[in-house]
Design a protein around this ligand. Sequence first.
Ligand SMILES: Cc1cc2nc3c(=O)[nH]c(=O)nc-3n(C[C@H](O)[C@H](O)[C@H](O)COP(=O)(O)OP(=O)(O)OC[C@H]3O[C@@H](n4cnc5c(N)ncnc54)[C@H](O)[C@@H]3O)c2cc1C
Length: 552
Amino acid sequence: MTVGLDPDTLDMTINAISEFAARELPESVLIELDEADEFPEDIVRRMCSEDLGVQLLFIPEELNGMGGSAFDIYRVCEHLAGIDVGVATAVLATFLGSDPVTVGGTPEQKKRWIGRIADEGLLMAYGATEPQAGSDLAALKTTAVPIERDGELVGYTITGAKQWISNGGVADLYSILALAPGGPTWFVLERDTEGFSHGKHEDKHGIRLSNTAALFLDDVEVDVDQLVGGVEGQGLVQAQLVFGYTRLMVAAFGLGAGWAALDRAVPYSVERIQGGAPLSEKQGYTHKLIVPHAVRLEAARACIEETATCLDAEEGALTTEGAIAKYLATEAGNDAADAAIQALGGYGYTHEYLVEKIKRDVRITTIYEGTSEIMEMTVSRDRWQEHLKTRGEYYHDAARTLEALHSARPGIGADTAALANHALAAVLEACRVGRLTRNQHVLLRLGSLIAQAEGAAALARRADRAAAGALPAKSKQRFDAAGLAAASRANAKDVALTIATEGLRLVIGAGDPAVTDPAAIATSIGLAGISAAQAGLIADLDAVADHLYGRA
Ligand SMILES: Cc1cc2nc3c(=O)[nH]c(=O)nc-3n(C[C@H](O)[C@H](O)[C@H](O)COP(=O)(O)OP(=O)(O)OC[C@H]3O[C@@H](n4cnc5c(N)ncnc54)[C@H](O)[C@@H]3O)c2cc1C
């Protein structure tokens, strides 16, 4: 059974967005708005109204929406970000803002606010971050003091400030996280509420087509029915509940922007003749500036699609998987966009060719909805618990599953991804024995290695599904099965070597020299086997390049 939109409706939605963007946001307009630092309010409002109705995707059918699934939302977010990450952010902000209501609101609140977003296309903003509370939201200072009349709770007085709020200066509705006596709590405010104001449109490095502003709450009175869910203290739980979803959306932004940059670099390199031949025929160019980025983006896509599928199957909140997807996709997107500037040389450094705009825009994805460092910490802490609970077998088990996959279908990189997972298990165990995660640096670097290992496994599984003709019907397919297999092999080689060498460095670097035996650690990690598994690397990169350039 299809969850969310059927594949044809999803395609139609994506095509409608493309047509709208071609009409309203051609390249010349994007460049102008970026240079003028202007939020195209009219265009975004029309996107979220009868003209296009993008907001309906995020809204359940019973509230007059289209009831898009996590998979649909990923596909649309990737597409939107490929057009402009700022505009995508404006759309995301409404979704983020309404999230606390979607997960925690009473039926009346859902009808009152979500129903209006569906019917009237209201823009919303999500007010969590504060000047002193960013990554550490629990440090929030905005307060909600109860108002009682005749001994009955009738409302709250909210006082404080919010920082860096997308749609902050333009939204119709705002969700605001404030500290009530029972703990952090979400409230929904209308824009013209007395005492509520916003700061100037922030002058930003990128996503200049997105409005970002501070919010000020000066004794703002709200009725008790504006408290989301009617119970104080649920705010952080409600925020947590949707992280799997929202981080997946930002992951899709990283993916969309990264590919948008490569989609400019690839044709450019076919046309650009240097040294007597097109750049696309030069390995020193493609294998540095194009291929590795395409490979990393597709590893991230594999994680995104698996996480979306699990979310749609209601297999839990998937916060760790969402964090892995966000981390891999946004870091890969950022690096791909940077490489695309280099790939276009001097032209890449100008506004006209747009890759430098994409680079500035995609940069935000490693910062908002949880920074990359917070993702590393989340992933590391969560999987560390799994390592302990399974007495060190968690990643050895993952590796054994990959070995079985390799036996069933050789040539998709599952064997090397297995080596990476065995190596990771050994690194984690050495860290446990030496109590090395007391060093925060080690803990966070482990988060990165874990994400990469899981990405390699996910890409091998995706290559297997592609070979079996069993990718989800709504999957985005940039490579055929042979291309995906080559990408998976190249990625697994890279990830295995990174885990082995980085892991070795961390264990030796943080360990007690008196008891640390580098040779024994290298053996336990399987460094020799991982080095041997690099055989065929250049052929794999050649194969991915041939698929990217249509030469396969
Ligand atoms: C353009 C833009 C739009 C935004 N939109 C919204 C929005 O709509 N709604 C909203 O609520 N917020 C929004 N934000 C805020 C965003 O989510 C925060 O900026 C982000 O969570 C980081 O918080 P911070 O800026 O306070 O940085 P900090 O938390 O101060 O972090 C600074 C640096 O320190 C690192 N760091 C933080 N804690 C630790 C730690 N414990 N250990 C190691 N390193 C650490 C971080 O990774 C980062 O590199 C937006 C931000 C921007 C720039």
